[in-house]
Design a protein around this ligand. Structure first.
Ligand SMILES: Cc1ncc(COP(=O)(O)O)c(C=O)c1O
Length: 395
């Protein structure tokens, strides 16, 4: 029989994260630092808003773009936080998670062979989605010496006549790096100079933390890319509720883009999805109206854990860059003499701690592992003890 699988799909490797989850799931005493989602449940007022919507009989499709109330609230939210304005009617689209927003963006803009520059390590879907859309992902390995922030010079070296877009995610999964305004301005200048689009995945935007050596108060600043001078009309902003509001299971995200691009994305969304889940949209509205305090409580707890795990990993010899956003630590495993795959596999087998080998996140990830601190403080303490034993044995 001939193969029926398209070349595009065959070209995408399976996600490297899954394999570890499957092994971990068979173990009894495992502590998983492999998880990429909040351990908190959705705050109760948000939950109640979803339930109330169901009780009101809101069990039907919404407008393709999402309810106008939610789009209006999202407009207000982006304006208030970042001073960037999108027309709720024509420039905002409510999607099935940030994942769908990414899919729509790439499907709407990529022709076969178009190149998308993808700084890495990064969320595993970026490269896969570029390939699925028919494009070519051009990786750049970011470096710890640059705080895992891509530089303008590194990007410019990869620009060719086929380059259409740059795809960056910050706060970053898996490194926890937050792009500084200065570095983002370098990207903005290149986008203008070479007439490129910038896709920014800012789904962890509200989970940013103060530097360890600061006075410990407040959060680091998140710079919203389209809010930079002249960038609104060159940017597709991708975001969502999953991480900030602990709402991964609701499947709610958004895209904000200039009118023409938003219309193209809406077309794809209309034919593939119809509308994002109605219940989730009602919950998402409550999150925007009355979620801020909950985000702050979770953010402070993540920060407490961040200090524990980053301090702990460095103490046991696993050199760890100071993450300033999301909920991941990304230690180097060099001291163990193992590569990241072997480290993760043996740590799981010998000490029952699950981490994700860094190479699955693309170029520059080999030699590191991702440890999520979206896990209870006490479990992190126990995981650190087990890792200490492991490193002592093998270091
Ligand atoms: C950087 C990044 N973007 C997007 C997503 C997908 O988010 P959602 O669950 O809203 O589809 C994730 C999930 O892990 C992520 O880490």
């Amino acid at each position: 029989m001939r193969t029926y699988i398209s070349e595009r799909v065959a070209a995408v490797p399976p996600s490297g994260i899954r394999r570890f989850f499957d092994i971990a799931a068979t173990m009894e005493n495992v502590i998983s630092l492999g998880i990429g989602e909040p351990d908190f449940d959705t705050p109760s007022n948000i939950l109640d808003a979803g339930i109330a919507s169901l009780r009101r009989g809101e069990t039907h499709y919404t407008s393709n773009s999402g309810t106008i109330e939610l789009r209006q609230a999202l407009h207000d939210h982006l304006l208030r936080l970042y001073n960037v304005a999108y027309d709720p009617d024509s420039e905002l689209l409510i999607t099935v998670g940030g994942s769908e927003a990414l899919y729509l963006a790439l499907t709407a803009i990529i022709d076969a062979g178009d190149e998308v520059i993808v700084p890495q390590p990064c969320f595993v879907s970026y490269t896969a989605e570029v390939i699925l859309s028919g494009g070519v992902a051009v990786p750049i390995a970011t470096r710890v010496e640059n705080n895992f922030q891509v530089t303008g010079a590194e990007i410019e070296a990869k620009i060719t006549p086929k380059t259409k877009a740059i795809l960056i995610g910050y706060p970053n999964n898996p490194t926890g790096a937050v792009m500084s305004r200065e570095r983002l301005l370098e990207i903005a200048a290149l986008a203008e100079k070479h007439d490129l689009l910038v896709l920014t995945d800012e789904i962890y935007d509200q989970l940013v933390y103060a530097p360890f050596n600061g006075d410990g108060t407040g959060a680091a600043q998140h710079t919203c890319f389209p809010a930079l001078p002249n960038m609104r009309d060159r940017t597709i902003l991708l975001g969502g509720w999953s991480k900030d509001y602990a709402m991964t299971g609701w499947r709610l995200g958004f895209a904000a883009a200039p009118r023409e691009i938003a219309a193209a994305m809406r077309k794809v969304h209309q034919y593939t999805i119809m509308s994002a889940p109605t219940t989730a949209q009602a919950a998402g509205l409550e999150a925007l109206r009355a979620g801020e305090e909950h985000v702050e409580v979770m953010r402070q707890e993540y920060d407490r854990r961040r200090r524990l795990i980053v301090g702990g990993l460095n103490e046991i010899g696993l050199k760890t860059f100071e993450p300033q956003g999301a909920f991941y630590a990304f230690p180097s495993v060099a001291v163990s003499g193992m590569d990241d795959e072997e480290f993760a596999e043996r740590l799981l087998q010998e000490e029952e701690v699950a981490v994700v080998p860094g190479n699955v996140f693309g170029a520059g990830g080999a030699g590191y592992v991702r440890c999520s601190y979206a896990t209870a403080y006490e479990k992190l303490e126990e995981a650190l003890e087990r890792m200490h034993r492991f490193v002592r044995r093998h270091g």
